[in-house]
Design a protein around this ligand. Sequence first.
Ligand code: PHE
Ligand code: FE
Length: 278
Amino acid sequence: MQNATTPAFDISAKTHNPNAGLRGNYARMAADYTVPQQMDDYSAAEQSRWLRLVERQLALIPGRACSEFLGAVLGNPALDMRRGIPDFAQVNVALKAATRWQLVGVPGLLPDDVFFTHLANRRFPVTVWLREESEFDYIVEPDLFHDFFGHVPMLFTPIYADHLEAYGHGALKAKQLGGLDWLARLYWYTIEFGLIRQQGKLLAYGAGVLSSPKELLYALESDVPARLPFDTMRSMRTRFLIDDVQNTYFVLDSFEQLRTETAPDFAPYYESLRAEGA
Ligand code: PHE
Ligand code: FE
């Protein structure tokens, strides 16, 4: 995703190189990799940058984000991102009431098992630091803007919130079964780059799309990429690009479809994918 605000991170980078070239401060974190969010540490320049990132993206999402995302961002006072960098403790009061999820501050990318254990316990790790000015249009790993703007609004939707918890459990299981590379693709094509059709209109719900001006327009409006009906196995067979817009997007009919299609035991899926060499 060159020149996009989408962090071109790879869940398998998160996974396999937890300490390779990471820029956050991992020195004073807890055993579960969480760190306190120090609101006073954000500078005036960071607050200004945050507001500019938020305004740019808010201008693009009407008519492009799914109804759940728009409803949360535009209708929920706890998600009024124009007030400045959000205080996770305040957001958590509303989020707990909505779906029993909680945000936890983290220094950046996490080892896979740590990340999935948070999800399985309805905790969403949010990077505490904001990108530099020179990264306004493009950043190579998730920062506060991607994590918060992209991911947090959807956590207010119960069916999505339940799915993400189930994904956390499923990923811990996939790790045992050697299926994580495939399940990471599912995450990529749903949670990060997922599209959905609502009232006949193609819209975005994936965090990587919603936090990137370039990819939001590309994913929805360009003639170049393929847009396939969501299919679990096909998504797990499809390799993804970590540093450019995607060649392929998968389109849901509903979040109910995501729940139904990911409900079966994936162990036999991993067997088939292994046999195919996917
Ligand atoms: N049903 C999957 C399994 O048994 C787990 C899963 C749930 C995966 C939700 C993704 C999303 O492994
Ligand atoms: Fe993300």
